[in-house]
Design a protein around this ligand. Structure first.
Ligand code: ANZ
Ligand code: ZN
Length: 820
């Protein structure tokens, strides 16, 4: 047989698969469905990196394995193609963002194809294409109709370098997630999606996802940040008893409240300070606070700063009047923007009270006895109530419910739940995104673009100066007519956060060419939920939370039957080189294409899958790559050695010899292991090592043993390897005279009986001396074993002329014949 030439083989089969449409999605609904999905890439200017190669290799094994197991499989690919880099290329190098992106998308498709991944390219989705983004607009209008999209003036996170607004999720330690610039605050009219309406359902749904990593679920729970507590309403006597409500997780400490603190931006503050001593100071303080980020204000290193407003609030239970302060550490957009100060039992309040000489009143003490007076630190543990009127002596945990209940009965508040989750700010002042389909008319106000007028196309007559939103520079775009009154009107110039695009692309794949709707509900329901979603841990909060939110909204709108999109989630580990993440800055990048060029895609895939389980980090190793290449050559030669077996009709012997029976056992043990490791555990590395052992067994199979059994094992070997290394196996399958494509074969099933070790070699002794070896069935009775032993020619010769006095059988070990 000729030599193994991966380059030749791989391009040949890739072209052939394309031509025969081998990976077209099977729509035969009599089969069970399987949706295998890898996160689609952002088509950067650099092409595929090793991380991409790893995800696609994993996804491809999953998809191929399921197809061979009789599933109809959806395995699509696309490009997450809107976003800043295209626009920055436009600003810095004067290139057209659309051309730049389309070129990169093309490059990604080519490079993904070189890996031999089994995508159905007919369902390709590019989010920057009008045929896709028109449905972003369609969905935005659906959210708007359902009261889930709204516009409000908001103090927003602003990146002065990217010149755009960032969602809270995109601010990391006070810095822009993209460019690392210090994020500032800015007041703007912005579009939001009301994700907070879904906070509870987003939380509850996590409990129904047993096949998600615990770590990811914990990150989402933390982000949603549910906190159970109470609202407490105080009255402000000088404002005619106007109510002001605080949120607390500790209503049990209510009798220990000695002051109240409001966020500087709280709407009541200007009225409270009017004409008072601190009016000017506080007004300046408010201005300053508006510019600071949440992180700056709440960091533990930030000094707590406050001012008394000069106004008072009446305590709902004691009637006592307590001073109202403003301070930096109270945030306007958490809870109600106002808190009750309990210095005796809250660390932060204790510091604040010490600094500003506010009274400290103990209302909880340990069961063992009183706390020191004055307190030296806040007592934050559990205990029993004191100084709390009729609640004295009550355990504080019980008091939480009792006091909250008491407040509710008297219309002074009551139990409530608060979430850290904020509404999702989707407005971006950038060009390369989906225009928000809204129109502003002086007469009619905010008017949605009618669905039949979609898409609102991105204009091309724009200026990229890096200083303003390019959309505002297009006269043809900005000026329009009102859909309602026909008068002159202005278009919204904000575009959508690109996370909007990726929140539903996996639904679009199920009906990628639909021109009337984002997708047909029947089609989406025929495939969702995704059975295995493979991607990076960096999307644990943003993308996965937004996608879950979209699915729930579309479920409520009757467009999708499920309300959780991803049944199982596999977060792949990083690709390292010498212990460090591969990165341009570290200079340790290995290019996937170079490896493919040198060894072939099969070697690259095999190495990546063999080197580590998918959720672990993988250390790149050149010797490991060479080892994979050598293994494929070994398989190639193995088939070559036995080429003569394949031209004819050769089946296993009806009564196979012992070596054949052993090979049969090893083969079935391998089938069992590989099936389990891929199908149940996604441990592709251990599946591959099992196959390697089978190859060893095939190499040591003796020449005299049954050829039919060997041939069968070689065929099964090639089938078992097919999901990992699709090209070489297709070539070998053809050489072996296999019918059709190896990738269309049924996955081998294993015979549990074949796994049983059913023969054993025992020693035959005469008077304690080993004289012969004998293979017997493990199920043979003592009598049978004795009979067989005595029937051996050599034994008969040796006992000839003697009398057999006794025969001792030790099952599975030996037969001892006592003869005199
Ligand atoms: C009184 C109290 C007494 C509190 C005590 C705690 C301990 P989590 O668990 O994060 O929800 N708080 C409420 N709104 C706030 C805001 N806008 N800015 C800053 N702090 C705020 O925390 C809830 C607690 O954080 C609330 O319970 C409130 O302080 C404070 F011994 O009320 B607590
Ligand atoms: Zn109008």
């Amino acid at each position: 047989m000729k030599e193994y030439t991966p380059k030749e083989i791989e391009s040949k089969w890739q072209a052939h698969w394309d031509k025969t449409r081998l990976y077209e999605t099977d729509e035969d609904t009599s089969k069970p469905k399987y949706y295998a999905l890898e996160q689609f890439p952002y088509p950067s200017g650099d092409g595929l990196h090793m991380g991409h190669m790893r995800v696609y290799s994993i996804g491809d094994v999953v998809a191929r394995f399921r197809r061979m197991n009789g599933y109809r499989v959806l395995h699509p690919m696309g490009a997450d193609a809107f976003g800043l880099p295209a626009e920055n290329a436009a600003i810095n190098r004067g290139v057209n963002p659309k051309e730049w992106t389309l070129k990169n998308m093309d490059r990604f498709v080519k490079e993904q194809s070189l890996m031999g991944v089994s995508y159905d390219w007919d369902r390709y989705v590019g989010t920057c294409l009008p045929e896709y983004y028109r449905f972003n607009q369609w969905l935005f209008l659906l959210f708007y109709e359902r009261g889930l999209a709204y516009r409000k003036q908001a103090s927003v996170n602003w990146c002065p370098t990217c010149y755009t607004v960032l969602a809270n999720e995109q601010v990391e330690n006070g810095k822009c997630w993209r460019c690392d610039s210090e994020v500032t605050k800015k007041e703007l009219e912005q579009w939001f999606l009301r994700i907070t309406d879904y906070a509870e359902r987003l939380l509850e749904g996590l409990d129904r996802l047993p096949r998600w990593p615990e770590k990811v679920k914990a990150m989402q729970r933390n982000w949603i940040g549910k906190s159970e507590g109470a609202h407490v309403t105080f009255a402000i006597p000088e404002l005619n008893d106007e109510p002001v409500t605080v949120f607390t997780t500790r209503p049990d400490t209510l009798y220990g409240v000695t002051y109240m603190v409001m966020a500087p931006e709280h709407p009541l503050v200007p009225r409270l300070i009017k004409g008072k001593e601190n009016e000017e100071v506080i007004t300046r303080f408010i201005e300053k606070m508006r510019k600071e980020t949440e992180i700056e204000r709440t960091s533990t290193e930030t000094e707590k700063v406050g001012y008394p407003t000069g106004a008072y609030a009446r305590h709902p239970l004691t009637g006592e009047e307590i001073p109202i302060w403003v301070a930096n550490y109270v945030l306007m957009d958490y809870g109600t923007g106002a808190v009750m100060g309990v210095p005796a039992h809250d660390e932060r309040d204790f510091q604040f009270a010490r600094k500003y000489h506010l009274p400290i009143r103990t209302v909880i003490q340990p069961a063992e006895g009183p706390l020191p007076e004055p307190l030296t630190e806040a007592y934050t543990e559990d205990g029993v109530l004191l100084n709390s009127a009729s609640f004295n002596g009550m355990n504080n945990r019980t008091a939480i419910g009792a006091i909250a209940g008491h407040l509710a009965e008297n219309n002074q508040g009551g139990p409530t739940v608060n979430y850290r989750l904020r509404d999702w700010l989707i407005s971006r002042q950038r060009y390369w995104g989906t225009p928000i389909p809204m129109i502003y008319c002086d007469r009619c106000g905010t008017v949605p673009v009618p669905k039949e007028d979609l898409p609102v196309l991105l204009p091309e007559d724009v200026v990229f100066d890096g200083k303003s939103n390019p959309l505002t520079t297009s006269e043809t775009f900005v000026h329009t007519s009102c859909p309602s009154c026909g008068g002159q009107a202005r278009r919204e110039t904000d575009t959508m956060d690109t996370f909007f695009d990726s929140s539903w692309y996996y639904m679009r794949y199920t009906d990628a060419k639909n021109k009337d709707m984002p997708f047909d509900p029947d089609k989406v329901n025929s495939w969702l939920p995704v059975d295995e979603y493979i991607g990076g841990i960096e999307h644990a909060v943003l993308h996965l939370l937004y996608s879950r939110f979209f699915t729930k909204v579309l479920h409520d709108a009757g467009m999708v039957a499920v309300d959780e999109p991803f049944n199982s989630l596999l977060t792949q580990g990083m690709v390292l080189k010498e212990g460090f993440k591969m990165s341009k800055s570290k200079g340790n990048v290995v290019s996937p294409l170079e490896i493919v060029d040198k060894y072939g895609a099969d070697t690259a895939r095999l190495f990546i899958l063999f080197a580590a389980p998918p959720d672990r980090d993988l250390d790149w190793s050149d010797t490991g790559v060479e080892g994979s290449y050598r293994f494929l050559n070994r398989v190639w030669r193995l088939i070559g050695q036995h080429e003569s077996l394949f031209g004819r009709n050769l089946t296993p012997a009806p009564e196979p010899d012992r070596d054949a029976r052993e090979l049969h056992r090893v083969l079935h043990q391998t089938i069992k292991k590989v099936t389990h490791e891929i199908g149940e555990r996604s441990h592709f590395n251990t599946a591959i090592s099992a196959i390697m052992e089978l190859v060893n067994a095939l190499y040591s199979y003796p020449e005299h043993a049954d050829r039919g059994t060997l041939r069968e094992a070689l065929e099964k070997l090639v089938i078992l390897l097919a999901p990992f290394v699709p090209h070489i196996t297709e070539e070998l399958w053809q050489i072996m005279g296999g019918e059709g494509s190896v990738h269309a074969q049924d996955w081998p099933s294993f015979d549990p009986e074949a796994l049983v070790l059913n023969e054993v070699e025992i020693a035959v002794q005469i008077n304690g001396k080993v004289r012969e070896k004998l293979v017997v069935s493990t199920s043979a009775s003592r009598e049978e074993v004795e009979k067989q032993a005595l029937a051996q020619e050599r034994i008969q010769d040796l006992v000839d002329g003697k009398t057999v006095r006794k025969v001792i059988v030790v099952p599975g070990k030996l037969v001892n014949i006592v003869a005199k």
